[in-house]
Design a protein around this ligand. Structure first.
Ligand code: NAD
Ligand code: GLY
Length: 344
């Protein structure tokens, strides 16, 4: 088991290992939690892991309730948030009680937002069950739901009290979902750690790789919890990626869209002499190795309208994450004229 400490405004541990979910009750108790717990999960994860989590929490003396969302991005909306909040109030949870997110990033983002706003903030524990949630969404405190106008447009920064990542839950992940998580793992290598990219060229130790990504995220969040500077590096590939997701009507999943976005931006940087061709070769090799796409099949200028609406847009400008070499990216604030010229 590995533990990474996140030194955000509210510090908390991220525990990564095997066999952690059957011990989640003791883990919550160990950080001083007690009383009622609302487990939020989805209808794929519930049949696999809800009973294990419930049993462990009950054995540790918690009173347990559960709320199951339909799976998928379309469930990450205000209607479901309000249903969850009403059910939580009917179940009698108070300010000293706890929300537990058991699932992927959709469950974690919505449950975290509920924890942030229910009675102006209650305890919150993340139990990620996808690779993507383990390396990215469960850490760092970004919570949100989607609006008709775009993804994650309503949310809050709200750090968890604990992240419990049981790698055993990845055994049931569909291959495509594992690949989606690998897109974020590859992203960490490109923004911060060329050595991680070398590790990914071979069979790797899952616990070590997840811990490496979480450590990078913890370091970035400790320096810039509220996304005003360095944290924007975590958005490598995301501005183009979010536009790809939106244009596809969210049929292209987040991880695949990020892969396509990283490839599009890196190609543009090579074409404009901003990074060496080897950086693109390494990216394309890793995307292929982990079953990720690199060609959108549509002209990049079809995405420009959506990119202008991105959360990272500020007036006419967007701060882009530009790869300069493997393991090093640069933030560059660009006007619409500049970024359309770069990407065309
Ligand atoms: P997801 O939550 O939709 O999970 C993917 C699929 O895997 C779902 O169908 C789910 O039911 C299923 N699943 C989950 N765990 C499983 C398991 N162990 N076995 C079998 N099936 C399982 O998607 P995701 O890729 O985990 O997360 C994507 C979401 O995360 C997006 O909404 C994205 O915006 C958000 N996100 C947030 C942050 C953040 O910092 N908050 C960062 C990155 C992504
Ligand atoms: N996933 C981007 C961030 O947490 O900032």
């Amino acid at each position: 088991m590995k533990q990474i400490d996140v030194n955000a405004g509210k510090p908390y541990p991220v525990k990564i290992g095997r066999g952690l979910l059957p011990c989640c009750g003791a883990e919550l108790k160990g950080i001083g939690l007690s009383g009622k717990v609302m487990i939020v999960t989805d209808d794929n994860v519930a049949p696999l892991y809800l009973a294990t989590a419930e049993a462990s929490l009950k054995n540790s003396g918690f009173t347990v309730f559960s709320f199951t969302l339909p799976h998928g991005e379309n469930a990450k909306n205000f209607d479901n948030l309000v249903k969850l909040l009403n059910f939580t109030a009917e179940s009698g949870l108070t300010r000293s009680d706890t929300f537990v997110a058991l699932g992927g990033g959709v469950v974690g983002d919505l449950c975290g937002f509920a924890a942030a706003v229910y009675m102006r903030g209650v305890h919150f524990v993340q139990c990620p069950t996808t690779l993507l949630a383990a390396v990215d969404s469960s850490v760092g405190g970004k919570t949100a739901v989607d609006l008709a106008a775009g993804k994650n447009l309503a949310g809050a920064f709200y750090q968890p009290d604990l992240v419990l990542c049981d790698l055993d839950t990845f055994a049931t992940l569909p291959r495509e979902e594992y690949a989606n998580g690998m897109a974020e793992v590859i992203k960490y290598g490109f923004i911060r750690d060329a050595q991680l990219l070398a590790v990914l060229e071979q069979a790797f130790d899952e616990e070590a790789v997840v811990a490496c990504c979480v450590q990078i995220k913890a370091d970035v969040v400790a320096n810039d919890e509220f996304d005003r500077g360095e944290r924007m590096l975590l958005n490598f590939g995301h501005t183009v990626g979010h536009a790809i997701e939106a244009v596809s009507g969210y049929t292209i999943p987040h991880g695949q869209a990020v892969a396509l976005g990283m490839a599009a931006v890196t190609r543009a940087c090579v074409k404009n002499g901003l990074c060496p061709p080897e950086t693109l070769s390494i990216l394309l090799r890793l995307l292929a190795r982990y079953d990720l796409p690199n060609e959108t099949g549509r002209a990049v200028n079809e995405l420009f309208g959506w990119m202008g609406k991105d959360k990272k847009a500020s007036g006419d400008s967007i701060t882009f994450v530009l790869p300069r070499e493997t393991g090093r990216c640069e933030l560059r604030k660009m006007t619409r004229a500049e970024w359309t010229a770069l990407l065309s």
